[in-house]
Design a protein around this ligand. Structure first.
Ligand code: GMT
Length: 374
């Protein structure tokens, strides 16, 4: 097949999923055309089946906001037409699904039919999409898509709850490349960070409010009173400054390292004992899956789709959002020397259920089904 993939090319989970999906499809012989405003992260190599089309956003003094959606729709039209695409797969409803609808209508006037699959990732529904400033367009463009997928059962449920959706939503969970995300021998890292055999906690995110990074620091602070522990914070975003101030107030700065944005996050995960994800909302929790693939158990909130991935009491624990006391107690259970190996093994086994080789064929079948119906 010839597939066009539209996504946000930044560090966010939806962009990572879209990029890895495209790379996986290209590996098994499909031709994949990425359409975005910037070269996606992790797409920095040559493959005969991968193409990148940059959306050209023209500015003009009259525009306070350049109309990205129009530039995107125009680019979709030309790529579908000149590359003879069979299907467009847009990741994240806003504004990709509505731009795809516009492109589809334009192409129809030229006698070209292009099926559109929209994948919902989370904040496009739970945070941004249901805001009245976007809701009518989101509802319309989801209903106009030829196929709709969501990354968890919970996200599917929330979508039906908040929007008047007539379409069937198919759940295809996120996936992981186990050849990249696996425990690596990086003992020298561990020794450098934890010279006295301390336990190592880790959190990776885009440091937005929804991630509740303050709970990570608070849980760490509580554990450290009893167990020698260090904390690595990977990523960056709007909450970073406030978190640095919190560390100073709690007097924990010596035991916390802010690593910023890291491409090779698997190296840090390889030496970690516990991954923390106390998010307020999380449709799936891709970062937790990456940790589990590196044999790191997960202490999470039970928000959204996280419990579909992190099995409470088995691969870690899923506590109520904001219940820092319970999170501390559960973290201590996981970190106990007699429990940790079991949690690590079960985390890895669970991650294997989301192996890209198992999930990718589900997208391929979904594409074939959608094309045959259009
Ligand atoms: O979590 C974010 O802020 C980024 C966001 C995105 O759209 O890139 O992540 C969402 O999509 C990921 C990939 O499907 C999911 O793993 C995340 O759980 C989801 N985030 C939220 O629902 C908050």
């Amino acid at each position: 097949m010839k597939i066009g993939i539209v996504c946000y090319p930044t560090f966010g989970g939806s962009g990572v999923v879209a990029t890895e999906l495209g790379k996986g499809l290209a590996k098994i012989g499909h031709e994949v055309h990425f359409i975005t405003y910037k070269q996606p992260m992790r797409l920095d190599f040559f493959s005969e089946n991968l193409f990148y089309h940059e959306v050209d956003i023209k500015s003009y003094p009259l525009f306070e906001f350049a109309p990205y959606e129009l530039a995107l729709a125009s680019k979709m039209v030309s790529v579908v037409k000149y590359e003879n695409l069979d299907l467009l797969h847009v990741h994240y409803a806003i504004p990709h699904a509505s731009a795809a609808y516009m492109a589809k209508q334009i192409l129809r006037t030229e006698g070209i039919q292009i099926p559109v699959v929209t994948t919902l990732h989370g904040t496009d529904i739970t945070l941004v999409g249901k805001d009245p400033s976007y809701e009518p367009v989101v509802t319309f463009s989801i209903n106009q898509s030829d196929g709709v997928t969501a990354v968890s059962e919970d996200l599917k449920k929330e979508t039906y709850q908040y929007f008047d959706i007539k379409k069937e939503i198919t759940v295809i969970p996120n996936f992981i490349d186990l050849e990249r995300f696996k425990k690596q021998r990086k003992e020298h890292f561990k020794l450098a960070i934890c010279p006295n055999g301390e336990k190592l906690l880790v959190h990776t995110s885009n440091f937005r409010k929804v991630k509740r990074v303050e709970d990570v620091i608070q849980v760490f602070y509580n554990i450290r009173k009893e167990i020698p522990t260090k904390l690595l914070l990977v990523g960056d975003g709007p909450e970073r400054d406030r978190m640095e101030r919190l560390c100073r107030t709690l007097g924990t700065c010596d035991d916390i390292r802010f690593l910023g944005k890291l491409e090779a996050v698997e190296e840090v995960l390889s030496v970690s004992d516990l991954f923390l994800m106390p998010s307020e909302k999380e449709s799936f929790g891709l970062a937790a899956l990456e940790a589990m693939a590196c044999e790191v158990p997960v202490l999470s909130s039970n928000a959204g789709g996280i419990p579909e991935l992190n099995l409470d009491g088995k691969t870690g624990f899923a506590c109520a959002v904001g219940d820092v006391e319970d999170m501390t107690a559960k973290a201590k259970i996981i970190l106990a020397d007699e429990n940790l190996p079991g949690f690590k093994e079960r985390a890895l086994n669970r991650a294997k259920e989301f192996d890209i080789h198992q999930i990718l064929p589900r997208y391929v079948s979904y594409y074939e089904e959608t094309i045959s119906k259009t």
